[in-house]
Design a protein around this ligand. Structure first.
Ligand code: NOJ
Ligand code: CA
Length: 530
């Protein structure tokens, strides 16, 4: 039997903060966030309780998809600073015992990348097979998702938007009559894979601590059982374990048991893929017929079991091998705060930050930044644009994000009073202080940490609260979550003598849990005597 590779120690206590760099902090007055801005806020992030960062792509790009269309993987986009600035960020983070994970757009490049420009030429050259091309320009009529190139008599396969041609990692199965589909071990796919390794090695050597891999499942085509993609990432993981054992791979896959078996250290549960996370916290819009409601429904019409059954399945399959990452949100989905109150967000964060696995806080969620409706699409954001507005630091000009004239900002800030760091630092009841307190508890009590055991105690539609136990060798902690506007009561013998560690409008009387609307409670109970 193969020995299971050890997980990097730092993951056991990792809490991530996701930064959308263009919207975090602008230090040179051009209206766009930058790397020096991130460096200057490391102490803030550290004080919040985060010890790892994931940056959305910071590489040279025409920004047709906010940087997920890379034109040079080895160069920081000038609007964010220089490679030296990024190295300084790594060094400053490490000095504070924090880690930095970069976004690796592995599946495609920009159509402005020199590889693609060469690949689109009529004459054969060393980049001809870097992308997936059919052998005739007319194939677009039989398969409209294929797009005609330029001089080359062929169509290319986009991976996402048309400006993002798919890199050629090969096909697991070749369809009859489609000889242009190449097997994974053909020279083209092998060359692309070594380019990927070279990019990863370059940034690891520069000091980064790993990668969040964009569309991690998308690389190998026609791979219904996932054999091809598993082999590809397992190969990369073997190399990392040998040469960079502290580096981590985080996948955008949405299927933790698959992704972790493929070699990733962490995988997100997301709003796509397995639908269960959506059933926890989907944006508060009228659900499509039959789609079911999220558990975080103010009228209490959801059912936690939809989320939980799926979560437990993945958790059991991955325990000890890797982690499930639960994000508070990300740059692709409406913020949780969309059409929900701060009180609801507080309860959501209380659950997120007391669950096993590795939590990810999307910038601004710690101050309840709202989703902005009605914005004109920016850099391929479309409906995602309202989730990408500037971080708000103060009540002053441009909410402290930038000194540029308001019209030059990457996106407008919002007008809501109190939604800024300065205001919340000064208010002990603020969301920011709740997040800080929750992360402090997570640090102080191993039972609440990434590796603590997890056991649902009450998970039914009625009464509504979701109650679960977290456990380590010497601690047992009960967490109760009520995302519904109505109060709830529940008798649980285990709660007798419980000690509140943190509670918001929730208490234990005798063995009864009493919860007001939108409340949570975290209680220490006596460790089980065997
Ligand atoms: C997923 C990223 O999160 C998203 O923002 C991007 O548009 C697509 N992948 C394409 O790279
Ligand atoms: Ca700037």
């Amino acid at each position: 039997m193969n020995a299971r590779p050890a997980l990097p120690e730092w993951l056991r206590t990792a809490v991530f903060y996701q930064i959308y760099p263009q919207s975090f902090l602008d230090t040179n007055g051009d209206g766009i966030g930058d790397l020096p801005g991130i460096v200057s806020k490391l102490d803030y992030l550290h004080s919040l309780g985060c010890n790892a960062l994931w940056l959305n792509p910071v590489f040279e790009s025409p920004f047709k998809d906010a940087g997920y269309d890379v034109s040079n993987f080895y160069k920081v986009a000038p609007r964010y600073g220089s490679n030296a600035d990024l190295k300084r960020l790594f060094a400053e983070a490490h000095r504070r015992d924090m880690r930095v994970v970069l976004d690796l757009v592995a599946g495609h490049t920009s159509d402005q990348h020199p590889w693609f420009k060469a690949s689109a030429r009529a004459g054969r050259n060393r980049h001809s097979d870097h992308y997936i091309w059919t052998d005739s320009v007319w194939s677009t009529f039989s398969e409209p998702r294929l797009l005609p190139g330029h001089e080359r008599n062929g169509c290319y396969l986009p991976n996402f938007f048309p400006c993002q041609p798919a890199l050629n990692y090969g096909y697991a199965r070749i369809e009859a009559g489609k000889d242009w589909q190449q097997p994974m071990n053909a020279p083209g796919p092998r060359a692309v894979l070594s380019e990927l390794r070279r990019i990863m090695a370059f940034w690891l050597d520069a000091g980064c601590d790993g990668f969040r891999v964009d569309m991690a499942a998308s690389l190998v085509k026609n791979d219904p059982d996932g054999k091809g993609i598993r082999a590809l990432w397992k190969g990369i993981r073997r190399w990392l374990d040998r040469d960079h054992p502290e580096a981590v791979l985080v996948s955008e896959w949405g299927n933790p048991s698959m992704a972790i078996a493929a070699g990733f250290h962490l995988d997100f549960l997301l709003h796509f893929g397995e639908p269960a996370y959506q059933h926890l916290c989907a944006p508060q819009v009228e659900p499509k017929a039959g789609a079911g409601r999220g558990f975080f429904d103010s009228r209490g019409r959801g059912d936690i079991r939809v989320f939980l059954d799926n979560y437990l399945r993945h958790w059991k399959a991955t325990q000890g091998r890797g982690y499930i990452a639960l994000p508070s949100g990300n740059h692709d989905f409406a913020r949780f705060r969309h059409r929900r109150s701060e009180a609801e967000l507080r309860v959501f964060l209380a659950m997120l930050l007391t669950m096993p696995g590795v939590p990810f806080i999307y910038y601004g969620d710690e101050i309840g930044l709202e989703f902005r409706e009605g914005l004109v699409s920016k850099e391929g954001g479309y409906s995602r644009t309202g989730t990408r507005t500037p971080m708000q630091w103060t009540a002053g000009k441009n909410r402290g994000f930038s000194t540029a004239p308001a019209a030059k900002l990457y996106l407008p800030t919002n007008e809501q009073r109190g939604q800024d760091v300065a205001a919340q630092e000064g208010d002990p009841n603020s969301l920011l202080h709740t997040v800080r307190a929750l992360l402090e508890l997570r640090r102080d009590f191993p039972a609440l940490g990434n590796d603590g055991e997890f056991e649902p105690l009450h998970a039914k539609p009625k009464p509504y609260p979701f109650v679960f136990l977290r456990r380590s060798d010497h601690e047992r902690i009960v967490v109760a979550i009520n995302p519904c506007q109505r109060g709830q009561r529940l008798n649980l013998p285990l709660l007798k003598g419980a000690l509140p560690l943190a509670a918001r409008r929730a208490s234990v009387v005798g063995q009864q849990l009493r919860m007001a609307g939108f409340s949570f409670g975290i209680f220490a109970v006596s460790p089980k005597q065997n």
